[in-house]
Design a protein around this ligand. Structure first.
Ligand code: G3I
Length: 355
């Protein structure tokens, strides 16, 4: 055993406090991400699942770093609606109260999504008018229940196909039963139920200028011209470390939506890594995170960035992408990764953008 290692062991053996000190040295110190983001009037959020909230690491890390909470699954219609007039509120009620207790603003996710149609509704064989009547009642009830407590709703989620056209009936129950009739009214119903909630359209694959984001831009412009109450656009931003976006294009894309008078949020940011991450991959991941946060900090009108999960152990990635993981800012022990420090640095620059 080298003399150095022996001396270190002796220090820890006789001075156990030194061990605690060494562990604490790895822990992040104030100011935390939410403190820095607040200087820009930028919300920094995390999504969480009810199960993740049983985890002490999550309960400690999330409220320390984030001031916005997206309910990851528990406000999706398939989770909430058990049948006509039947609602499951236990999980979202608990999560929302927990977030509020920690001074977090709550994002509602989501009201209309082809991937979260209540199973009873799919089987009910209803006609267009009946489906829309359900949707109106559902939105009035759920948005109304949380009026004043959910500051923003993803009203529509993923309604576009890869080419930027509205989904057709092959991939969307809503398109199948209602044609395009489910696009505008949900915003009006949500506005009526909670006039102060910010209403978003949210999608993936739209962070850069491409066919899909061009379609989104055209759709949103049309909705605005038709007085549809839409306040913001959400870019999900699920990114692979090997394929970062062109950040010039992200910035240009963000700006064109803001020029329409809308706010923009990066609503589901994560950067997945294939295999056991190498130091180079972690560094590259950190640069990608910094790229998003630099745009958020420098562009007036970007109002929030939400990480899709508080830390690697509760990320959706390993379950959805075989062999991928390590997508978030904190590792399996809830220690900050290089990406955390890169975000911190980006938040430390370009102050007071939104003030
Ligand atoms: O809770 C059950 C558990 O009891 C069961 O044993 C297990 C077996 O499969 O499933 C668990 O439910 C899973 C749930 O996540 C909770 O972990 C569902 O199967 C699974 O489908 C669900 O996945 C969620 C997915 O949306 C579908 O709703 C992910 O957590 C969630 O991160 C993901 O989020 C979406 C956004 O809403 C929209 N944008 C894309 C994003 C990622 O797919």
């Amino acid at each position: 055993m080298s003399r150095i290692i022996r001396s270190v062991l002796i220090v820890f053996l006789f001075f156990p406090g030194a061990l605690a000190f060494a562990q604490e040295a790895a822990a992040p110190a104030a100011p935390f991400l939410r403190d820095l983001a607040a200087e820009h009037n930028l919300l920094i959020g995390t999504s969480l699942q009810r199960g993740g909230l049983n985890n002490p690491g999550v309960r400690k890390t999330a409220p320390r770093e984030f001031d916005s909470l997206t309910i990851e699954n528990e406000l999706k219609p398939a989770s909430v609606s058990g049948g006509p007039g039947s609602y499951f509120y236990i999980a979202p009620d608990y999560m929302i109260a927990w977030g509020e207790e920690h001074g977090m603003k709550i994002r509602g996710h989501t009201l209309v999504w082809h991937n979260s149609v209540p199973s009873w509704l799919k089987k009910a064989n209803l006609k267009k008018d009946q489906v829309l009547a359900f949707l109106q009642d559902y939105i009035a009830t759920v948005v109304g229940r949380y009026k004043g407590r959910i500051y923003a709703w993803d009203v529509l989620n993923e309604v576009l196909d890869e080419k930027g056209r509205l989904r057709d009936g092959k991939t969307s129950f809503w398109a199948e039963t209602c044609g395009d009739g489910y696009i505008e009214e949900p915003f009006r119903w949500a506005r009526a139920a909670d006039p102060k909630a910010r209403l978003f359209i949210n999608d993936y694959g739209v962070a850069v200028v491409n066919a899909k984001s061009n379609g989104l831009y055209a759709l949103v412009k049309k909705l605005l011209a038709r007085q549809v109450p839409i306040d913001g656009v959400g870019f999900q931003c699920h990114v692979a470390e090997k394929s970062p976006p062109n950040f010039k294009s992200v910035a240009e894309n963000v700006r064109r939506f803001i020029a329409l008078g809308l706010e923009v949020q990066f609503t589901e940011l994560d950067v997945r890594i294939q295999g056991e991450p190498t130091p180079e991959q972690l560094k590259h991941q950190a640069e990608i995170y910094a790229g998003f946060f630099e745009i958020a900090v420098l562009t007036r009108g970007v109002t929030g960035v939400t990480l899709w999960g508080a830390a690697d152990p509760v990320s959706w990635i390993p379950g959805a992408y075989n062999g991928f993981g390590s997508a978030l800012l904190f590792d399996d022990e809830y220690n900050p990764k290089p990406a955390y420090f890169a975000v911190k640095e980006a938040l430390g620059r370009g102050r007071l953008k939104n003030k």
